[in-house]
Design a protein. Structure first.
Length: 275
């Protein structure tokens, strides 16, 4: 059976998942890949026929898909030889603790589909320490729950400073450095002081796992798109599979991530951040 590759694109509402899938399809097509964005079941049909609300209908869709895996298999076989993008709904509970998506992913892997979870987060959360802590916890929970090769992405990085100047350099947020410094920037209001110990515990949890990092992305910027594609291909093994031909030096460079930290996000900072 031929190995198929793809991305499971997840993230909260408004993080730019559908825009990402559209842009990723165009970018990968320009590289010579046959790409399909799968729209297998629609929430609107479930809401209309079963009279469910938006959250309940999304859960029903995933549970229905889990119980009809043979139908799913038949739909996917129509796209043999394609690189598949799964544009997932924005209900984070489906990926942080509900088991249907993980069960579906497990079955997809048994069908020789190599998936990488791409978790998008709106970069404006970086301007609010409290929200950034929440984003870190959501990202970590999704990584642990899905049990897939995983790439976290800060989307809309070109709009990042429109919501306020960052307390630290971009690298602080992408590399998730010493998070205790974030506590200094939380509001001094009574409300935040009440939850100071909780925030300290959440930060400690994220740092103990030491799994969460981010790649910055502007969907219209080919440089940042290419960095995300390289990371996804490396995580999913596409670079070593039946994809575009690469020379041995190129493959080894990808394997070890031959890139100096200083230059990692230099282009992004030069383009989109005030000096």
């Amino acid at each position: 059976r031929m190995v198929a590759f793809g991305q499971l694109v997840v993230g909260p509402p408004g993080s730019g998942k559908s825009t990402f899938c559209s842009g990723m399809k165009q970018f990968l097509t320009s590289l010579g890949r046959k790409v399909d964005i799968s729209e297998l079941i629609t929430q609107e049909d479930v809401m209309e026929n079963l009279k469910l609300g938006p959250n309940g209908s999304l859960v029903y869709c995933m549970e229905f898909l889990e119980k009809n895996l043979e139908w799913l298999h038949a739909q996917l076989e129509k796209f043999g030889g394609h690189y598949v993008l799964f544009d997932c709904p924005g209900q984070v509970e489906l990926f942080t603790h509900h088991n249907s998506v993980r069960s579906i992913v497990t079955q997809l892997q048994k069908w020789s589909m190599k998936l990488v979870a791409v978790h998008l987060v709106d970069s404006h959360y970086c301007s609010d320490p409290g929200k950034f802590i929440s984003v870190l916890l959501t990202s970590l929970s999704t990584m642990v729950q899905l049990e897939l090769p995983h790439i976290n992405v800060l989307s809309k990085v070109d709009l990042m400073e429109q919501y306020g100047k960052l307390a630290y350099d971009l690298d602080y947020y992408t590399e998730v450095m010493d998070l205790s410094y974030l506590l200094e920037h939380l509001s001094d209001s009574t409300f935040f002081q009440k939850y100071k110990k909780l925030n300290e515990a959440l930060i400690g949890l994220v740092e103990d796992y030491s799994l969460v990092t981010f790649l910055p992305l502007c969907i219209d910027d080919k440089v940042t798109m290419f960095e995300v594609v390289k990371a996804v291909d490396k995580a999913g093994g596409y670079v070593y599979g039946q994809g575009e031909s690469l020379s041995q030096p190129e493959m080894m460079s990808c394997a070890v991530g031959a890139e100096f930290d200083f230059f990692k996000h230099a282009t992004v900072k030069e383009k989109y951040f005030n000096k």
